[in-house]
Design a protein around this ligand. Structure first.
Ligand code: NDP
Length: 309
């Protein structure tokens, strides 16, 4: 069985920053990219708030730069999914793509988080045919058409303003009587003439035919139903952490985020470290994820040097 000193799972800013630090510390890290190489930032257009990029940078470009930086110092970047882990003893046993097993002396978990959906059967039916969770990825298909965004947070506002540049009319469907997004994002939404905010509305059903989404049935606070005609609907209602394979092995919080010892990346299992959105329900920023990747690599290096004596 292949033996790895430092295995990193996930290829967002946390994973690649951990890889840069771990490779420079001679830990010969192997990084598995997972189902979305580059992570959530590859579904973003411009990142304007990452320090060091005064003109902004494209999400995919930044992830490509991070990958190349990690590889420059010797990180072995591999495509593939870690499908199960056995953390009951060290070295840990990790299964790749459901078949190949490898042993890892230490593990850095940076598997990130995934977009949530409403859970309507009609939503499932029209996924990829008008139902999306990424305006940047799919907005292009709805140029000059009417679309809706569900959610009232920063993501929803960001998606709505992005779509407003492409589409004719954007409905922002918000279940509360207010937006949860930051003031700056709220103002941007309110100042965009082709965004119509529908407060206190819930999506009851997504309508469509064999060509895809054609509309949605909305219900307001009084239970009244209205129909909007739209060609696409974008879910921006938050994320859930990608921790399914760690359930029952690592301590998780009520929402499934990995618990770490405050101020460190240490999880409930010695030798397993967590970094990025998988352990961060509140900040969820690329720069925070990158910083926590650095912490994880340093914690991991200290752990490995303490166990090798
Ligand atoms: P949030 O959790 O902040 O917002 C989710 C939104 O979806 C809320 O308005 C919530 O409503 C609504 N919602 C949740 N479930 C449902 C449902 N079943 N039906 C209808 N509406 C629902 O998630 P975001 O992804 O917007 O943001 C996550 C974090 O990332 C935040 O901290 C945010 O600030 C940050 N972020 C920062 C950005 C930036 O700085 N450029 C860009 C994007 C995100 P309710 O309010 O009623 O709970």
């Amino acid at each position: 069985m292949e033996k790895i000193k430092c295995l990193i799972i996930g290829s967002g800013p946390a994973g690649f920053t951990a890889a840069i630090y771990a490779s420079r510390a001679n830990l010969a890290p192997v990084l598995y990219e997972g189902i979305t190489p580059g992570g959530q930032l590859t579904t973003t257009t411009e990142i304007e708030n990452f320090p060091g990029y005064p003109e902004g940078v494209d999400g995919p470009k930044m992830m490509d730069d991070l990958r190349r930086q990690a590889q420059r110092f010797g990180t072995d970047v591999r495509s593939g999914m870690i499908t199960s882990v056995d953390l009951s003893h060290r070295p840990f046993v990790v299964t790749v793509n459901g078949e190949q097993q490898i042993e890892a002396e230490s593990l850095i978990v940076s598997t990130g988080a995934t977009a949530k959906y409403l859970g309507l059967p009609s939503e499932e039916k029209f996924k990829g045919m008008g139902v999306s969770a990424c305006a940047t990825c799919d907005g292009f298909f709805y140029r000059k058409k009417d679309v809706a965004v569900v959610g009232g947070g920063d993501t929803a506002c960001e998606e709505a303003t992005y779509l407003a540049t492409l589409c004719r009319q954007v409905y922002l469907i918000v279940r509360k009587p207010y937006l949860r997004a930051s003031k700056a994002m709220q103002e941007r939404v309110m100042n965009t003439p082709n965004i119509k905010v529908l407060f206190e509305h819930n999506t009851a059903e997504i309508l469509g035919d064999e060509s895809g989404v054609t509309g949605a049935l909305l219900r307001n606070g009084q239970g009244e139903q209205t129909k909007i005609d739209i060609a696409g609907i974008f879910m921006a209602i938050g994320h859930h952490p990608n921790t399914e394979i760690f359930a029952g092995q690592l301590e998780l919080d009520g929402e499934g985020y990995i618990k770490t010892v405050p101020g460190t990346s240490k999880t409930s299992v010695e030798g397993v470290f967590a970094a990025g959105d998988v352990k961060d329900p509140s900040y969820r920023q690329a720069i925070v994820a990158a910083g926590s990747g650095c912490i994880a690599a340093m914690d991991c290096e200290r752990f490995l040097s303490s166990t090798s004596h």
